[in-house]
Design a protein around this ligand. Structure first.
Ligand code: ATP
Ligand code: MG
Length: 722
């Protein structure tokens, strides 16, 4: 049998791991050292040399896209169809298992999967049936609680109230929710994993079957497994399985979602016979990029410790660009991409990586203007995001009461007790009378035809829209947007959605204010010029979202958050928005563990680059609707200066005119900015983490040495700069 081609394209250390004896193995190695490549070759080796059936292999990847790639590569290596193999994400494989064993899982054969929104909706119903007030028992918070328990492998019956009444109630809700799911025959995402684990745990025969079938369990990105995934995996591996895990503790970036890099160590305890393989040669990046990444991550404590080197060329220095502001930053990126494509490079070889989703907007705008095709990888484009559509629906309805689509979207968002039945009734009477929903609602109020509670809620909604309309009448466009997202309750609504997700939505909403502020209607077109600024802005939003994603296979620039860039590589990478508060994210700078995770994220970002790495930050940034003057990210100061080349801004004809003027300072307190040290009469000394809102409503977030992080109203706080 010719196996030489399998080992040909590997170095010694990689070969050792690929051709390892049939025993548990752990590959611990840095970015770009060929971990994923080793995993793929190991699968091919098992099939071709060890004679393992493709059906006897289970491999877990981090995304479905990575799974498809892996199948393709095995197919190329071996010439066998990869389709029959169990290669997928944890969720995907768990799903596959439950579809086969729906009986054992006590699910109907046609069980449905709830996405996050569906889950909230169901939870709402449960709360209602329990007669619990949603303002006290916030659905999104409870959802967070339930999913976190499931991720830890805990059912309601496992939880103890510890004498705490709130906790007791949460457990009761969790139980009622479990029952409701069971009755409806639905499972949420976290449930997929938990139930797939339970059917093995509680079913010795079934487990034995799968243990015998999948003796080879391979997992990529092992550092980001959570508790239930780890349990599922160890259960399957059992005492006789031959697990093969690859990972990099320096790239663990999902701690906030329950991932535990400690699982790398736990693996060595649970499989004491496991051989440890280390790969040290990096094949992806130039020497310069690698040195910078190594220097950066060296600032983290408690690493397992790895060295990475490359035999490749030193390459060019890393380009650092200090932009005047966020638009200048985007223009810089556009121009550099042009340079790349002019020299024959493809657009798809370029990636823009950012910390927060909301940062995509400014780049999207610049790319649209420059007619540069782009794709937001693993996410929606700005104007397609749900929360943006919510806010736009308010603005639309304010602008035109006859806009039924908008009416339906927001009539009960945030929840105000207008149920589906009431909306159905409105729809019927609107249809019968040939009027808009708004008109039907007015008529129903006048006739007193609905139940008192529903009617009150509806009346409040109509009054809200009318009031918002009046209140924003005299305001500038961006102030209108700001006022509406604040006073409609949308911000409050999304604040209840805990974690990164809710925060991302709020960032997007606030970014809409920036979008409005930077919006200039196309006065060339007489029809647009005749529209009110609000209507012109709304039309612009529809058009932008209507452009649709460029097709995956089109040659377009790749945009994505740092989190979704894991495992990928690109010849040219732009790491943008490198300002303290933005990256590292202000939420994470307050504690060391959070900061170290941000640093790992930065390490992941930098190590995506193969040939050319650009780092950019803006001295002034209009973000989330306010102007701020950021400090360059502390991560920049952790890079060796000799590896960096500062790009001096050249005078460009296309430079936005407002840059040429001295920009007016708009920080709420002169001289105060993110990172400023301040003193408060009661709370003592602290560091400014963030600002929110404008004028008299402006708030500041300070991390005080004693009491911790607090939001304060700037107008009352009496903060002194120190
Ligand atoms: P990450 O930590 O980012 O997931 P990784 O360790 O999984 O990275 P791979 O993606 O497998 O690394 O490999 C990085 C790049 O190096 C890929 O382009 C891969 O094809 C190439 N590569 C890996 N090993 C070799 C080798 N022995 N010879 C040539 N190229 C290699
Ligand atoms: Mg990889």
């Amino acid at each position: 049998m010719d196996v030489s081609h399998l080992l040909d394209q590997l170095n010694d250390a990689q070969r050792q791991a690929v051709a390892a004896p049939l025993a548990p193995a752990l590959v611990l190695a840095g970015a770009g050292s060929g971990k994923t490549r080793v995993l793929v070759h190991r699968i091919a080796w098992l099939i071709q040399v060890e004679g393992v059936s493709p059906m006897g292999i289970l491999a877990v990847t981090f995304t479905t896209k990575a799974a498809a790639e892996m199948r393709g590569r095995i197919q190329t290596l071996l010439g066998i169809p990869g389709a029959s193999m169990w290669i997928g994400t944890f969720h995907g494989l768990a799903h596959r298992l439950l579809r086969r064993h729906w009986r054992e899982a006590q699910l109907p054969q046609t069980f449905q999967i709830l996405d996050s929104e569906d889950q909230t909706r169901l939870l709402r119903k449960v709360l209602k049936a329990m007669d619990l007030d949603e303002t006290r028992w916030v659905p999104r918070e409870i959802q967070w609680f339930i999913n976190a328990q499931k991720d830890e492998g805990l059912r309601s019956k496992h939880l103890k109230d510890e004498g705490d009444a709130t906790r007791r109630q949460l457990i009761r809700i969790y139980q009622a929710y479990e029952e409701a799911c069971q009755r409806a025959g639905v499972v949420d995402f976290a449930e997929l994993l938990l139930r797939a684990y339970e059917i093995w745990r509680d079913n010795a025969e079934l487990l034995a079957h799968y243990q015998a079938r999948f003796r080879h369990v391979l997992v990529d990105e092992f550092q980001d497994t959570n508790t239930i995934q780890y349990k599922w995996f160890t259960l399957l591996a059992g005492r006789t399985g031959l697990p093969f895990a690859v990972g990099d503790d320096d790239q663990s970036i999902y701690r906030w979602r329950g991932a535990k890099a400690e699982n790398l160590n736990q693996f060595r305890r649970d499989f004491p016979a496991a051989t440890l393989y280390k790969l040290e040669q990096n094949y992806r990046s130039t020497g310069t990029i690698l040195k910078a990444a190594n220097a950066l991550i060296a600032n983290n404590a408690g690493r397992l410790g790895k060295t990475l080197w490359t035999a490749g060329e030193e390459g060019e220095r890393i380009k650092l660009y200090a932009a005047f502001n966020e638009r200048d930053e985007a223009d810089f990126v556009v121009n550099r991409i042009r340079e790349w494509t002019d020299q024959g490079g493809a657009r798809r070889e370029v990636a823009i990586l950012y910390r927060s989703n909301a940062q995509s907007r400014v780049f999207e705008e610049a790319f649209l203007n420059a007619r540069l095709p782009y794709r937001v990888y693993g996410g929606l484009r700005f104007f397609e995001r749900a929360e943006i559509k919510d806010a736009l629906a308010y603005l639309r309805l304010i602008s035109s009461r006859a806009d039924d689509t908008s009416f339906e979207r927001i009539v009960n968002l945030p929840t105000r007790g207008i149920g589906a039945k009431s909306v159905d009734a409105l729809r019927d009477s609107a249809r019968a009378a040939g009027t808009s929903l708004w008109a039907a609602a007015l008529a129903s109020m006048a006739a007193g035809s609905s139940a008192q509670r529903a009617s009150q809620a509806l009346g409040a909604f109509l009054a809200l829209i009318d009031r918002l309309d009046q209140e924003i009448n005299e305001l500038e466009l961006h102030e209108r947007v700001d006022h509406v997202i604040q006073m409609s309750g949308l911000i409050e609504h999304y604040k209840k959605e805990k974690g990164d997700r809710g925060e991302g939505r709020i960032e997007n909403l606030l970014e809409l204010v920036s979008a409005a502020r930077g919006f200039t209607p196309d006065t060339e077109d007489e029809h647009i010029a005749a529209m009110s600024p609000l209507d012109a802005f709304l039309a612009h939003a529809v058009l932008e979202s209507g452009e649709g994603q460029a097709d995956e296979w089109d040659d377009c620039v790749q945009m994505m958050t740092l989190h979704s860039a894991k495992g990928l590589e690109f010849p040219v990478v732009f790491l943008v928005g490198l300002e303290d508060g933005l990256f590292p994210h202000q939420r994470s700078v307050a504690d060391l563990a959070g900061l170290e995770e941000e640093r790992r994220l930065c390490y992941v970002g930098a190590t995506r680059a193969m040939r050319r790495l650009y780092l950019t930050y803006a001295e002034q940034r209009r973000m989330y609707g306010i102007d701020s003057f950021g400090q360059p990210s502390r991560f920049l100061s952790e890079l060796p200066v000799e590896l960096i080349e500062e790009v001096r801004p050249r005078i460009q004809v296309s430079r936005p005119t407002f840059v040429a003027r001295k920009p007016a300072l708009e920080t709420p307190v002169p001289g105060m900015r993110m990172g400023s040290r301040v003193r408060h009469g009661k709370f003592g000394d602290g560091v400014v983490l963030n600002f929110e809102g404008n004028g008299p409503h402006a708030r500041v977030q300070v991390n005080f040495e004693g009491p911790g992080t607090k939001w304060l109203m700037l107008s009352y706080a009496n903060l002194d700069l120190i």
